[in-house]
Design a protein around this ligand. Sequence first.
Ligand code: FES
Ligand SMILES: [Fe+2]
Length: 315
Amino acid sequence: MAKRELEHTRLPIPNGWFAVAWSKDVIAGGVKSIHYFDEEMVLFRTRSGEARVVDAYCVHLGAHLGEGGRVVGDSLRCPFHGWTFDGQTGACVNIPYCDRIPAKAAVRAWPVQEKNGMIFVWHDEKGREPHWDFPLLPEIGHPDWSEPRTFDLEVPVHVQDMHENNNDPVHFQFVHGAVEPLPSDISYDSDGRAYRITSVTERATPTGTFTTQLVRDSWGIGLSAVRTEGIPQAGLLMFSSTTPITAERTHSRWLLTATNNMVDLAGEDFMNGLTSGVMQDMRIWSNKVHRARPMLCEADTYLAEFRQWVKQFYV
Ligand code: FES
Ligand SMILES: [Fe+2]
């Protein structure tokens, strides 16, 4: 029997840092409704330039703060009766027609950080504060590196199944037409939340053929960077964030940059390679089920390791 509902296991939404917007999408004073983690939220940028994210519905009579809400200094003012909420704490700081603010008047404020060209929200099913981080990538915005090119897409699949591709060397051969799976090494950071997969390959580039290393870093479920190293005085970087919209739908963002000396020669190919690669995965992702207990073979060591590793990101 192959009914989807019998074959498919519904995973919960994992915990961690996830991108909710590109930095360029929200200017100071800008307000944007966003929907991730199966929650309605509002992203805004304070007059001093800080990105903030709060729950969408006002504690007063329930207006949607993203539908006409206005930024006032560091706060967001509700469009309905003007109650104003601090973006960092969520506390109501002003009711224009009443001197006394009820003690519990607050909306939920989500932990936010901004780096690598994106705005990230910390999602934790138990409401715990962020307890791990990921790095600022020095290539992004560096004068020797190109202006990042970006690409994003919604995919009807759980975020974990998208991330699993990183740990699936065999699919590169079958889905992406690679000649053979790349020999790889995997190493974990001290707290076990990040890992690095390194593979060595011969790579033909516009400046010659070199032995290059493909270095894939992952932080939690959803954040990853892929660097091509070993081309003299040149480099390529892809950074991506996959964010759960719901348990069954994912928003993925990719950012690409290359050293300035490479970008005219390889920038376009790099972008086209990425987008066509994603489209090849798309057919698999959009139609697969999630197998909680996949039938693995002896050679699927990376997949088996990945399934153990992801457990820490669920409650
Ligand atoms: S509903 Fe927001 S101020 Fe009344
Ligand atoms: Fe893939």
